[in-house]
Unconditional design. Structure first.
Length: 104
């Protein structure tokens, strides 16, 4: 069964050459938890709007960056998703009727 990934409410902004990911908690931004994303991480975050599983995100990364194969990207994408989950920025579900499950 494939995991489905849901983004939690956040704002992504490029400010002074830095890409910032700012979680929204309630109706306000959580300014105590601002994340600086590199180009790859920013693309993956944006990719979560279209792709909601590990294999699709891995293929998206390989298509986006020259010289990156899906096989080479699998662990990097999984590590990034694990970090997002640990920070509470995403959650993974197995199916609509099933509880939250592991990302990897």
């Amino acid at each position: 069964m494939s995991n489905r990934i849901e983004k939690q409410p956040c704002v992504l902004r490029c400010i002074a050459g830095e890409t910032l990911l700012i979680p929204l908690r309630g109706k306000a931004a959580d300014l105590d938890a601002i994340y600086v994303l590199n180009e790859t991480a920013a693309r993956l975050w944006e990719g979560l709007d279209r792709y909601s599983d590990l294999s699709s995100l891995t293929a998206y990364l390989a298509e986006t960056f020259d010289g990156v194969t899906a096989a080479a990207a699998v662990q990097d994408v999984a590590d990034f998703l694990d970090a997002l989950a640990e920070a509470g920025l995403i959650r993974a579900t197995c199916a609509a009727s099933q509880p939250v499950c592991q990302l990897t």
